[in-house]
Structures are given as C-alpha cells and as structure tokens.
Write a protein that binds this ligand. Structure first.
Ligand SMILES: CC(C)(COP(=O)(O)OP(=O)(O)OC[C@H]1O[C@@H](n2cnc3c(N)ncnc32)[C@H](O)[C@@H]1OP(=O)(O)O)[C@@H](O)C(=O)NCCC(=O)NCCS
Length: 296
C-alpha cells in the first residue's frame, strides 16, 4: 500500500472513531434533535398539545445558547401560519405524511449568512437532471445477484458498509443502534449479495403510527456501481413497505449525489424541495433534496 493511500485510510479511520451524532431530546411533548455535528436544531415532531410559540421560543433559545446556524422544523400545514409569523421559510413538503392524510411542511430559519448560502452550482446541475429525466420505472429481475431482506445477524455488516461509505452520517450508525432499530421493528434493511458478501444496501425507517417511512441508507460498494442496484433496492424496499401498509414513502437525498436523485426519479418519486445546507453527511454539511411517493 502506498503512503498516501495509507494516510487517507488512517484519516478516515479517525473520523469513524470520532463519529458522534446529535442528541434526541423531548421539549414539552415534542421531540427535537440538536448538536454540533449538524450544527442545527431540528424539530422532528411537534406535539399538538404544545404551544407553538412556546416551542419556537425554546428552540430559538437553545440555538442561540449553542450558536447553531440553522433551525428546521417538520410541522403540519395547520401550524404553518405561526411559523411564518416567526420568520420561518418553507423549504420542502411531503403531502399525506401523517397517517396518509395531513401534509408535512419543512420550514427553516438560517442564523448565519454562511449557512444560508445558496448551493448555486449544485442546484444548476440538479435542475439540468430534472429537465432531461425521463422516468424509467421498469423493474426487471436482477441477473446473477441475490436480493434479500436483512435481519439482526447482519447488523454489524450494515454498520460497516455505512461507515465505509459515509465519513459522517446525521444519525447513529453503530451496530448497537442498528440492532436496536431492528429489534424495535422500526428499522429494516435490504441487501444485494454477490456470493456471501453484501455489495448494495438500502433501508427503511418506519413510523407505524403515521404510516410513513423514510427510504434511506442507500450504499453500493464502489466496484459495483453503475448497475442500477440502488433502483432495484428501492423497488424491493417499496414492495416491503406496501406489505406493511405504509402509505407514504419519502427520501432525503444528497443534492450533490445525482445518481441517487436519478434513481428516485426513475422510480417515480416526486421532488418537492431542497433543504439548503442541512445535514452533516460524508464529512461536510450538505444540501438535501426531499422526495415522496404514495404507496397505498
Ligand atoms: C447513490 C448510489 C447508491 C447509486 O448507486 P447505483 O445504483 O450503482 O447507481 P448507478 O450508477 O447505476 O446510477 C443510477 C442512475 O443515475 C444516473 N447517474 C449516475 N451518476 C450520474 C451523474 N453524475 N449525473 C447524472 N446521472 C447520473 C445513472 O445513469 C443511472 O440512471 P439510468 O439507470 O437512468 O441511466 C451510489 O452511487 C452510492 O453508494 N453512493 C455513495 C453513497 C450515497 O451517497 N448514497 C446516497 C445517500 S442520499
């Protein structure tokens, strides 16, 4: 192994060892996640029993105390006026997100100029992709590779693939977190195998109460890319979600990863907005595109 390669591997190892994720906490009856990794507060679930203005004030205090540079809130349409009045702007939405009925709106406030900076070049390339994309939602069986649902016994391998693929990730991807998600019947993974090795991975994080799921954790080993594996995994994941009576699937895809965006467009997912400079993934804060598809 040459010196440069060795140094690169060591640097990656260090990042993986230092991997930390932001903490998830309760605020009133609502749920937030915040921390220095993503450098933001995210309101993951706004409980209707909480007062909107009190929650907004508390989140903004927390952001100020910690010098976070972005606040993002996932809210119901009915809560939108209170957030607009408090200076929030709509970045994306998912129709029929809650129990297949109510829409979710993603609203944000940027607290520094740097964080608010528009990713012009990436948006330009993505806009070109949207223009040229003709949906290719044809699904033929994979030749020479096996595709299967994964289980607890694969938690370690799932964690390793995600850690190798992403220098950082917005949510915990250690074996014990993946195992916990599987045991709680919340996290599901699917894999493409070449012999006894998983070479492509996808996942779904299900919210059974709201009947929605995030399709996530797409990773294909570099030497296996270019074969539409992510598309096959997405269709397989979708079939599984339909059987579980999930009504709405959504995805949060890196704006910069055109292959993933094309995969979602090919599978008839609808693009519905961009969360600007939102998520610490693959070693830096990136902008993320929101997609959705109604399954049932
Ligand atoms: C995203 C990823 C899973 C896709 O892997 P894959 O299934 O092998 O993807 P492919 O290379 O077959 O590309 C899928 C589609 O995107 C297109 N595509 C790929 N790169 C592209 C680019 N730079 N510009 C435009 N289109 C592109 C391909 O042509 C293909 O479309 P087509 O089948 O209609 O021709 C893989 O690249 C990966 O693991 N990336 C790193 C991890 C990651 O970023 N995951 C996504 C997190 S949101």
């Amino acid at each position: 192994m040459n010196d440069i390669l060795f140094k690169e591997m060591k640097a990656k190892e260090k990042i993986i060892k230092k991997r930390k994720s932001d903490k998830i906490e309760k605020l009133g009856k609502s749920i937030i996640q915040h921390g220095k990794l993503n450098d933001r507060v995210i309101l993951l679930s706004l409980n209707p029993e909480d007062d909107n203005y009190e929650i907004i004030a508390e989140i903004e205090n927390l952001a100020e105390e910690n010098s976070y540079s972005k606040i993002i809130c996932l809210i119901r349409t009915d809560d939108l006026p209170d957030f607009i009045l408090s200076g929030y702007k709509v970045e994306a939405y998912v129709p029929k997100f809650f129990d297949g009925k109510t829409d979710c709106i993603m609203v944000s406030k940027f607290l520094t100029e740097q964080r608010a900076k528009t990713p012009r070049k990436q948006l330009g390339l993505f806009s070109d992709l949207l223009e040229i994309t003709e949906v290719e939602d044809n699904y033929e069986k994979l030749q020479n590779f096996r595709m299967e649902s994964l289980n607890e016994s694969h938690a370690d391998e799932i964690a390793k693939i995600l850690q190798q693929t992403f220098a950082s990730y917005p949510f915990p991807i250690e074996t014990e977190n993946i195992l916990k998600g599987i045991q709680e019947n919340r996290l599901f993974h699917f894999g493409i195998w070449d012999g006894d090795r998983i070479v492509g991975l996808s996942g779904a994080e299900i919210n059974h109460k709201e009947k929605h799921a995030e399709v996530t954790d797409f990773a294909v080993l570099p030497e296996y890319r270019g074969k539409r594996f992510a598309f096959h995994l997405l269709k397989f994941t979708e079939e599984n979600l339909k059987q579980k009576n999930i009504k709405t699937a959504y995805a949060v895809a890196r704006l910069s990863e055109l292959g993933m965006n094309k995969t979602l467009l090919n599978a008839s997912y609808k693009y519905s907005g961009t969360l600007v400079n939102n998520t610490h993934i693959a070693g830096q804060i990136e902008s993320m595109n929101i997609y959705y598809k109604h399954l049932n």
